[in-house]
Write a protein that binds this ligand. Structure first.
Ligand code: APR
Length: 238
């Protein structure tokens, strides 16, 4: 086993206070494309730039086009948790991992058995009426036709953070507390491009910041351990 993975394995074996902060790169090995890699969602040709479609103003302006994109690109049937999700769930069961903080909206950490998951950008497995906020099963939204509507006439929307929208303050505060008190912060599968999520890393005060990402990130030079490999591979070796 290479030296970096050995170090990671040793740090994990000695800790009961690990926090994981992840992004779309954790789910690519489950078949869900990430956003900014060459084959990522934001590099695919679509009628409008995906970052525009995934904004609150676009959702209000053109819900039909939003839902075409949502059902074509965000909803991927039959996806399963991969080795990274399963390893994190195991570390939580062993009392080593305190929380998973994810930017992902696919619910795969919970599907793998993780209990304490903070979804910074929400989840497409939950829906609610944009007007009266009545909760709805996600099925209608994810697999229906056209724009789903509430009895009050409002549009049913996914419980995700669209561009131009704030993150849930309680989730953010809780995430910051976990990171501030963490002994080891493992950051994986994220380009650390999108704020405020990416800024969470600045609250870490320990000396075991681990970055596991296929490509370089703006935080590589701050990390105590950097592994540029597939996160599922790395977790299968620890
Ligand atoms: N193992 C490790 N790293 C991986 C893997 C993998 N198997 N697959 C991809 N990566 C890396 C890529 O190299 C990339 O740097 O994961 C990173 C994913 O970065 P992004 O595509 O930018 O995704 P993310 O960081 O989660 O984006 C953050 O942007 O559009 C918003 O709301 C959206 O939550 C998303 C946020």
């Amino acid at each position: 086993m290479d030296e970096r993975t050995e170090t990671l394995k040793k740090w994990i074996s000695e800790s009961d206070n690990i926090v994981f902060f992840g992004g779309a790169g954790v789910s690519t090995e489950s078949g869900i494309p990430d956003f900014r890699s060459v084959d990522g969602l934001y590099n695919q040709k679509w009628k409008y730039p995906p970052e525009t479609i995934l904004s609150a103003s676009f959702f209000r302006r053109d819900p039909e086009e939003y839902y075409r994109f949502h059902r074509e690109k965000l909803v991927i049937d039959g996806v399963k948790p991969n080795r990274a999700h399963l390893a994190l769930a195991r570390l939580e069961q062993e009392g080593k991992l305190r929380a998973v903080l994810t930017q992902n909206i696919d619910g795969l950490h919970q599907a793998a058995g993780s209990k304490n998951v903070l979804e910074l950008h929400g989840s497409i497995l939950r829906a609610y009426c944009a007007k009266c906020r009545k909760p709805y099963p996600a099925e209608l939204m994810n697999h229906g036709k056209g724009v789903p509507r509430c009895g009050c006439g409002g549009v049913i929307r996914p419980d995700i953070v669209l561009y131009e929208e704030p993150l849930d303050q309680d989730v953010l505060t809780s995430a910051i507390n976990y990171i501030r008190n963490a002994e080891i912060l493992i950051v994986g599968g994220t380009s650390l491009n999108v704020y405020p999520a990416a800024g969470l890393i600045n609250y870490y005060r320990g000396n075991k910041l681990v970055l596991i990402n296929l490509s370089e990130t703006p935080y590589d030079s701050y990390a105590d351990l950097v592994i540029h490999e597939k996160i599922g591979e790395v977790f299968s070796r620890i």
